[in-house]
Design a protein around this ligand. Structure first.
Ligand code: ADP
Ligand code: MG
Length: 363
């Protein structure tokens, strides 16, 4: 059975700010999912409706078989009864309380016996690698350490669900990378069902079992990071996650083959679509740069099912461990392609990619 079930989640602020529109999703027990999308797309609003900090305009929310919210049945379980651990971007530690008291706060609220509190706080601080920091004040800690305290405070109550709202965005790049791994390991170790909000695609791709890609209040695509990367389906998703080459033209069929006609002289083979698209319809497709192979001569490859295009190198961008090359393929088509070595501008190279890698996007 689904551990979390969210149906028809909608939030309208005031008269007409539609922050979240009819979001539907489920999580299995122990699953780690990310809500990924640009600033203002409704991620925090979703998280805060699940925790009970914001009341949905409409929804049904179930956790572990219990209804937490239903506007139809007038159910609205208060935040403190939902047993959720939360970590926010700014950590939200109490500045006048030391580390011990910050972590102990939720336990005191729940009237846990003091011996038990001591034990649990100690365990939580061990988990986040901060034993011995009990007496420090938040201002005596680094950003990374404050983040760990916030994390300890969230998990010390053994929450049913962990809700993390951009918890790493206040940290510097190096630390972010470290914490990414630690949070992933920790949540898996504790088998804690986690919803992670981020606008950072690398975080979502590397940490999640599944990710939900959002734009303008809607969940556009849900799936494993690999699924979504390989087959983004929506052009927004393709553009937001990873690098993309976009191909636009008319959809054509010939026997079992399908292709996109870009101009009189240029057509690109693609896979045939499931739904029957009429010939001549305008379509967009995405081709990931790393799916393109490069060769100096066109002769030595078997071209069956392979697109082979001539590209003129416009320029390369040095990326440290590789180059990103920009090729002119046709008057209206340029491709980004990763290269291991640099070439002078105007070099002609042959670009090859399998038709399966040309993923047609839904309108
Ligand atoms: P995200 O977390 O993805 O950056 P939010 O969920 O914070 O986005 O916001 C989604 C939209 O709802 C934005 O357009 C934001 O301006 C609006 N919004 C958020 N909170 C409120 C509020 N309390 N009152 C009015 N509008 C709000
Ligand atoms: Mg937010």
């Amino acid at each position: 059975m689904d551990y979390i079930e969210v149906k028809g989640l909608t939030k309208i602020f005031g008269k007409d700010v539609i922050a979240v529109q009819d979001a539907n999703f489920t999580l299995e027990y122990g699953e780690f999912i990310s809500l990924l999308g640009p600033s203002g797309c409704g991620k925090s609003t979703i998280l805060n409706m699940i925790s009970g900090l914001i009341e949905p305009t409409e929804a049904e929310i179930f956790v572990d078989g219990k209804c937490f919210f239903s506007n139809r049945q007038s159910i609205n379980v208060p935040t403190e009864k939902r047993e959720m651990g939360m970590v926010f971007q700014d950590f939200a530690l109490w500045p006048h309380l030391n580390v011990f008291e910050n972590v102990a706060f939720g336990l005191r609220l729940r009237k846990v016996a003091s011996g038990e509190i001591k034990k649990k706080v100690h365990e939580a601080l061990e988990l986040v690698k901060l034993p011995g920091f009990e007496n420090r004040l938040p201002k005596e800690l680094s950003g990374g350490q404050q983040q760990r305290v916030a994390f300890a405070r969230a998990i010390v109550i053994s929450p049913k669900v962990l809700l993390l709202d951009e918890p790493l965005s206040a940290l510097d790049a190096k630390l972010r990378e470290e914490m990414r791994e630690e949070i992933t390991n920790l949540t898996r170790e504790l088998s804690i069902t986690t919803i992670y909000v981020t606008h950072d695609q690398v975080e979502a791709l590397t940490m999640s079992d599944r990710m939900f890609v959002m734009n303008e209040g809607q969940i556009l695509r849900a799936g494993t990071p690999l699924d979504i990367y390989e087959d983004p389906q929506a052009s927004f998703v393709a553009a937001f996650i990873g690098k993309s080459n976009f191909i636009e033209g008319e959809y054509q069929k010939q026997g079992e083959d399908a292709f996109i006609q870009l101009s009189e002289n240029l057509r690109i083979q693609s896979t045939r679509l499931g739904g029957d698209i009429p010939a001549g319809q305008k379509v967009s497709a995405v081709l990931r740069p790393e799916k393109i192979m490069v060769s100096r001569s066109p002769g030595d490859v078997d071209t069956d099912g392979l697109n082979l295009l001539k590209g003129k190198l416009l320029r390369t961008v040095f990326l440290g461990d590789s180059y990103e090359a920009h090729f002119q393929v046709d008057d209206h088509l340029t491709f980004k392609v990763p290269l291991q070595q640099d070439y002078p501008s105007d070099t002609i190279l042959y670009l090859m990619f399998r038709k399966e890698e040309v993923k047609i996007l839904e309108k």
